[in-house]
Design a protein around this ligand. Structure first.
Ligand code: SF4
Length: 362
């Protein structure tokens, strides 16, 4: 048991009191956490919160990612994944290719995670028919599909509302939305790195609509580019305020910006320390979002293991094939097996717990 003095010496005494009593941390508290020079104390504080919520459990899921196209009309400055129509390296999967990938998964997935670019002419009907086929093929799998950005894009191209898109997808078996596209909510930063993307208000609105319809959704933050600590804390605060209103966020994923293949050049690349610090701050600020993910695809497996000691409680899953992070420069493997995931979690002192897409234990 770490003494209170330890946290007081690190300047975290009053925040420790709030964490123990369950009081919400303020924006100033969030900034103080970013300023704290004692990374170990910050990790210990986030671990108090994480263990109070989940004990020593660390969750993982047998899942399969499908990236159906990288053709995208948005051209976000930071994105190393997207290509223009006809550009070298662009791809678009047919329904048969999508279904083949699922049929050939090494183990039947419990979660099918489908995201891609905002393609100029794939109609909503294509996805409705594809998802209906997936459900027929894999009735036990939860389909987690389309970021709020893709939902908005489909609504625009179809000339219908985002609620109507969500309802039509729900009717063919989609139950969850991934959390991508949030990037950083601050309007100035957003305008510089992804000017064509929906703004924060619309991203949050679409998640609120999905929650209202019964979807479970995730949320993210892309950090380590041109944003400040204040922008990150503001982002986390907006997420928890949306959660107060609509309550459907299940998991937050802090996504480190990978510089290698990006057009967005930055002076000071993100450090491993900052990745761990942001994981810890996220756990402490997001008091009403149950899970924090250590996304091994973007962090790398070893840093994801370390993140479990900085507030993360979920290790994502088998993934099998992932293009977005890897085209950005991720050097992690494409897939992990159940045995590997369990060994990695046990190896850092936690108990692996297999879950389904909605965090029900299996
Ligand atoms: S981040 Fe998403 S919306 Fe932006 S260019 Fe890349 S694929 Fe398109």
């Amino acid at each position: 048991m770490i003494s209170k003095n330890y946290f007081q010496n690190a300047g975290l005494g009053s925040i420790l009191d709030k964490v123990i009593s369950g009081e919400r941390l303020s924006i100033d508290d969030g900034l103080a956490l970013y300023d704290c020079p004692d990374l170990n104390a910050l990790g210990a504080l986030a671990s108090i919160k994480r263990r109070a919520m989940h004990g020593d459990k660390t969750f993982y899921v047998i899942n399969r990612h499908i990236n159906y196209t990288n053709i995208c009309v948005n051209g976000c400055l930071f994105c190393a994944y997207a290509r223009e129509h006809g550009e070298e390296g662009s791809f678009q999967l047919s329904r048969e290719q999508i279904l083949d990938k699922l049929k050939n998964a090494p183990v039947a997935p419990r979660e099918v995670h489908v995201v891609g670019g905002c393609h100029h002419d794939i109609p909503l009907k294509f996805f409705e028919e594809t998802f209906a086929e997936i459900k027929k093929e894999l009735p036990q799998a939860v389909i987690k599909s389309f970021t709020a950005v893709e939902i908005d894009h489909l609504a625009t191209t179809e000339g219908i509302s985002s609620v109507e898109v969500l309802k039509r997808l729900q009717a063919v078996g989609v139950e969850m939305m991934p959390g991508g596209g949030a990037e950083i909510f601050d309007s100035e930063v957003r305008h510089r790195i992804c000017p064509k993307k929906i703004d924060a208000e619309n991203w949050l609105r679409i998640h609120g609509e999905a929650h209202e319809l019964g979807y479970t959704t995730n949320c993210t933050m892309l950090f380590g580019h041109i944003e400040s600590a204040a922008h990150r804390v503001d982002h986390l605060d907006r997420l928890r305020r949306q959660q107060d209103k609509s309550g459907g966020f299940n998991c937050f994923i802090p996504l480190p910006f990978l510089t290698e293949n990006s057009r967005l050049k930055i002076e000071e690349p993100l450090t491993g320390v900052d990745e761990l610090r942001t994981t810890a701050v996220s756990r402490l600020m997001l008091d009403n979002i149950p899970h924090i993910k250590a996304y091994w695809v973007m962090l790398g497996v070893k840093q994801a293991q370390a993140a479990l000691h900085f507030g993360a409680d979920d290790f994502d899953g088998t993934v099998v094939e992932e293009k977005i992070g890897h085209m950005a420069g991720a050097s992690s493997d494409q897939a992990l097996t159940r045995t590997e995931l369990e060994e990695m979690i046990r190896g850092c002192g936690f108990t692996p717990v297999e879950r389904d897409a909605k965090f029900n234990e299996i």
